[in-house]
Design a protein around this ligand. Sequence first.
Ligand code: NDP
Length: 342
Amino acid sequence: MFGLIGHLTSLEHAQKVAKQLGYPEYHEQGLDFWCSAPPQIVDEIKVTSLTGETITGKYVESCFLPEMLTQRRIKAAIRKILNAMAQAQKANIDITALGGFSSIVFENFNLQNNRQVRNVELDFRRFTTGNTHTAYIICQQVVQGAQQIGIDISQATIAVCGATGDIGSGVCRWLNTNTAVKNLLLVARNQERLDTLQSELGRGKILPMDEALSQADIVVWVASLPKGVEISAEALKKPCLIIDGGYPKNFDSQVQHPEIAILKGGIVEHSLDIEWKIMELVNMETPNRQLFACFAEAMILEFEKWYTNFSWGRNEITVTKMDQIGEASRKHGFQPLLLLDK
Ligand code: NDP
């Protein structure tokens, strides 16, 4: 059985869907309530592969909210993630994806040192960040999205915002190895990590965000920001393809321009309907088919019986593993979300 640990995008969002989620009493409550809410299994899932095999899974709502980071409720954030992991393990789930900020909280606050959660000793081999599949899907969206709008990658400048992150560094490695991209722009804040990535890749220009955005034909947005950034269409080159891989989404409706195409990054579409209700709550356009690539990774690992923490740690995503999970992803019927009407 597979598991998915997820969370909602904001307090406002959580209040709006509290009833449907099974927390009717939290409908009008503030952050304090969410900080004290225990994790809960709120959905039972059935997925069928293109091979005909059907698997089952559970969705664990961690009750983490991004405001816990912006308002420095760090202990609460940590508790949410560890309790949700313990809940998944107690439910005997073989492989569970740490969705959205769950893996970021896990890594940033060194939760590998917190194995013991009350009477549960966490077995980290039962968890995956899902980031290898996410990075693979984003790369496919770059290549196929560029084709859709007529950008020639071999003549293109691609800016990766969040380049030194787990997903960003995987994307840079894959693009560097598997495409003839002309220029790669690396954007993040920590200079040392940028230098390390640049020397590993043997290329890439380190630039501040605004300069990179003004030069890029394609922007891959994988910076981990708990709140969206404000970027205007004027700051971007035209035409331009933006792959917004952040959760919560950073660009969504704020940049609207006929020559700027925005693709929801890290989202896959399954070829067959999935039996679940949770994707309606996170406002997926086609909730019975579309899902986060990190969640799909847990499903793929379950289909393949690869019971291992396939994606773990930070900046260890290899091109080989991206291609391996990509092949299994296609086999079971997952496809990258692409632009409509093209
Ligand atoms: P990491 O924490 O590993 O990396 C984040 C990157 O963003 C780093 O390069 C960091 O570098 C950079 N960054 C953070 N803040 C800023 C800023 N203000 N300006 C510029 N760069 C910044 O995150 P992940 O790679 O694990 O995740 C990235 C995003 O993808 C997140 O939004 C996450 O929620 C989303 N995600 C989506 C999934 C999906 O299935 N669609 C699955 C998993 C994650 P520095 O700190 O030096 O600036």
